[in-house]
Design a protein around this ligand. Structure first.
Ligand SMILES: Cc1cc2nc3c(=O)[nH]c(=O)nc-3n(C[C@H](O)[C@H](O)[C@H](O)COP(=O)(O)OP(=O)(O)OC[C@H]3O[C@@H](n4cnc5c(N)ncnc54)[C@H](O)[C@@H]3O)c2cc1C
Length: 389
């Protein structure tokens, strides 16, 4: 191990979407930045792998929708800068019991934020979305600017641009220790590095990386079964046939939070997932074999998406890192202000990648963040926390 650790302006731990965008933003701002990743890149063991994610303004809280307004611009700038296509507009169909709280909240947020929308009556629904059934009593509203992000491509783009901006990316270097101080020392499986500030974006491993700093957050890691369903008639749910992304605020069965994306990455297969999973250890993800969510999805597909085979053709795995209120953690460490934490993205953080990069960079440079970060502060967990909040 080196006795002369290298000194950086900032070290970022974890090259998922949030760490990669944070590192890129810092390097673009002229900061000497090191991005550390435990696995060989690219990998499929965290939360940022896979080809697609939904991007949307449809949220129950205005603060996410407001942030998304700028975030769409950041994605467009990134596409231009890199010369790659990262976003495809498909619209997002939001469905749920017409008078339920969450459906009305999403409708209200979209209206207040003046996001373009189209409301579909029960009668309009079948002519606009012929291969899907709207449950009786459900309302349907389309968030028009929503669509698909090409996730793997976006992640690689951020990492490539980071390196073009003279950022140093070291993969296959697991961080094993963090020593706080005015200069933070980070020790990996290979060597030690020092930096004026540290950003921890370690996804499902956040609490393991935080442990030496005396902080543990109330995070729960769950495994998601990522299911792909075969079209009975090829092309009927394809992105080219204007099949939208969709989201159920709640459904016939308890907690039926389901979302789907048009067929795109695997020809003839539509991605439909349950927005919840079962607790998992990120180092032993595949020991979690619960498939009760797949049964719920099968029943939903049979009932409401009859043009698909009711058994998934492919089931892949991904991890969510949940906070108790499902809002992110974007904050400085309570005891060590030059350590910044981005964690608990609770299964909806990808679309915010460039915005999270901007906000975590601002925090790590000691600047006033561009948005009010009070919903994302660590102190909201006081009383719930595991330790040292
Ligand atoms: C099935 C699924 C569907 C989703 N759909 C959507 C969607 O439609 N829209 C949306 O906006 N979001 C969606 N999300 C959520 C989104 O993908 C996540 O919020 C986001 O990817 C979280 O990124 P992250 O960088 O925090 O974590 P990760 O991607 O897990 O990155 C953390 C990185 O840190 C590394 N690391 C950890 N510990 C160490 C260490 N000790 N040393 C070095 N490196 C370390 C890990 O290896 C990993 O690469 C979905 C997530 C899943 C799983």
């Amino acid at each position: 191990m080196s006795t002369d650790p290298e000194l950086f302006d900032c070290i970022v731990i974890g090259a998922g979407v949030q760490g990669s965008f944070t590192a890129y933003t810092l390097a673009k701002r002229g900061k000497r930045t090191l991005l550390l990743e435990q696995f060989v890149l690219p990998h499929t063991r965290g939360s940022s792998h896979g080809q697609t994610r939904i991007i949307r303004k449809a949220y129950t809280q205005d603060f996410y929708t407001h942030m998304m307004e700028e975030c769409y611009q950041l994605w467009a700038e990134l596409e231009k800068e890199a010369g790659v296509k990262l976003y495809r507009q498909t619209g997002l169909l939001v469905m749920g019991p017409e008078n339920s709280e969450s459906f009305l909240q999403i409708k209200g947020t979209l209206q207040r934020c003046k996001a373009p929308t189209v409301s579909l009556s029960q009668e309009d629904f079948s002519s606009h979305i012929p291969h899907m059934r709207l449950a009786p009593g459900d309302g349907a509203i389309v968030d028009v600017s929503a669509g698909v992000l090409y996730a793997d491509r976006a992640l690689k783009t951020a990492q490539d641009l980071f390196q073009e901006a003279r950022g140093v990316l070291r993969d296959q270097e697991k961080v094993v220790d963090v020593q706080p101080g005015p200069i933070v020392t980070v020790t990996t499986s290979a060597k030690s590095y020092r930096a004026h500030s540290l950003v921890i974006t370690a996804g499902p491993w956040a609490n393991r990386v935080l442990a030496p700093t005396g902080l543990q957050l109330p995070l729960e890691v769950v495994k998601i079964n990522v299911c792909y369903w075969k079209e009975k008639s090829p092309g009927s749910y394809h992105v080219k046939n204007r099949f939208p992304c969709f989201l159920l605020t709640e459904g016939e069965e308890a907690n039926e939070h389901i979302y789907g994306l048009p067929s795109n990455e695997y020809p003839g297969l539509v991605k439909i997932c349950f927005h919840m999973g079962s607790p998992a250890d990120p180092d032993h993800r595949d020991r979690q074999t619960d498939r009760s969510d797949v049964d719920i999805l099968s029943r939903y597909v049979t009932r409401c998406v009859p043009g698909l085979e009711p058994e998934p053709a492919i089931v892949e795995s991904c991890l969510y890192t949940l906070t108790p209120d499902h809002h992110f953690v974007l904050d400085s460490h309570p005891q060590h202000r030059n350590i910044v934490i981005g964690a608990g993205f609770s299964g909806h953080g990808f679309k915010f990648g460039p915005m999270i990069g901007k906000l975590l960079s601002e925090l790590s440079l000691g600047e006033e963040p561009s948005y009010d970060l009070s919903p994302f502060r660590i102190r909201r967990f006081q009383g719930l926390s595991k330790s040292a909040l």
